[in-house]
Design a protein around this ligand. Structure first.
Ligand code: DGY
Length: 327
């Protein structure tokens, strides 16, 4: 009998068929709330789950007694309680690498959009305000040759450093727990402490995951250390930035602008003060959202689940110590 798995996010038909070859798949649009009978029945039998979003914690795992693997169609896994997964011997698989270049592109897009006020001025053109030659009230600021400060030098940070250094002639600073040889050798990146990063960056780009250490890492105190002319870009996780502090910094002119792909609460409320600010470009967590990359992530997650439930994991496992043969 094929193992039973739950799919809780829609994936392309060919990938669904790939899952069907290996498993009996119970498909849901989302993770339904507790006590939805069809879901609870499927969860009782499920040896694997695959999808994105939702909270997978001790209470969830209690309801899934046969679960052996969870495959998230994301690189970030802050919605999983890793301690609980380890306690229940559940492998957690994720999708690093496939989305690196696309997220780095998104960060560049946010840098350009905020610095050159692309969204704001495009809206003014649509509103019929372009009547004469434009004057300084339409101008933005340069991106090229400005200093980029990258908070978190992982795969995405490296891809961003490459774009900034080679494409835009930008000096690259970064703050990370370890020295990144490749970033330093290939893109002349200089590692510095957080205060230096805040003080010297023209663009502060956050690529950090959310952990107990990164929660509200950027708050009032840190924003006050940034240049008045600086632009903050967050494409890591919303709660890395204290959003209320950011709103105040943008309202008071403590910093110049912000380009935000992630928020403390997603979807962002239409009533958020962020949406009233002309110096904010807010996009709906589109970091990896291209057709090609979202397909690649779904494919990677499907293959990860197959590997996890057939004892063939060689990569992409968050808790490889649970494997019989850790790689
Ligand atoms: C991830 O995979 O964690 C991204 O945030 C999704 O775009």
């Amino acid at each position: 009998m094929k193992p039973s798995v739950i799919l809780y996010r829609s994936i392309p038909a060919d990938l669904h068929q790939r899952l069907d070859k290996h498993f009996t798949v119970h498909a849901f649009d989302d993770l339904p709330p507790d006590n939805t009978p069809a879901f609870e029945t499927a969860l009782q039998q499920a040896e694997g789950i695959i999808g994105s979003g939702g909270k997978i914690d001790e209470a969830f795992l209690q309801r899934a007694p046969k679960l052996r693997a969870a495959s998230t169609i994301t690189v970030g896994y802050d919605n999983f309680d890793l301690e609980a997964l380890n306690a229940h011997q559940v492998l957690l698989m994720h999708t690093p690498s496939v989305l690196t270049e696309t997220v780095a592109d998104t960060i560049m897009a946010l840098m350009l959009a905020t610095a050159r006020r692309v969204v704001e001025v495009a809206e003014r053109v649509k509103a019929g305000e372009w009547q004469n030659n434009i004057g300084p009230e339409w101008y933005g600021v340069d991106v090229h040759h400005k200093t980029i400060g990258i908070l978190g030098m992982g795969r995405i940070g490296l891809a961003l450093a490459q774009r900034a250094h080679l494409g835009f002639n930008m000096p690259v600073l970064y703050n990370a727990r370890r020295t990144h040889q490749q970033a330093e050798q290939n893109f002349n990146a200089r590692r510095c402490d957080l205060d230096t990063l805040l003080a010297e960056s023209d663009f502060l780009c956050i690529t950090l995951p959310l952990t107990s250490e990164t929660f509200h890492m950027i708050g009032h105190e840190q924003l006050a250390k940034m240049k008045k002319s600086s632009i903050l870009i967050n494409a890591g996780r919303g709660p890395v930035v204290d959003e209320q502090a950011l709103i105040e910094a943008l309202q008071n002119g403590t910093i110049h602008a912000a380009g935000l792909d992630v928020f403390e609460q997603e979807p962002l409320s239409v009533n958020s003060p962020l949406l009233q600010l002309p110096n904010v470009v807010a996009v709906p967590h589109i970091g990896s959202a291209t057709h090609e990359t979202r397909y690649g992530m779904a494919e990677c997650a499907v293959d990860n689940l197959i590997a996890a439930l057939t004892g063939q994991v060689t990569k992409n496992c968050v808790n490889p110590h649970l494997l019989i043969n850790p790689y």
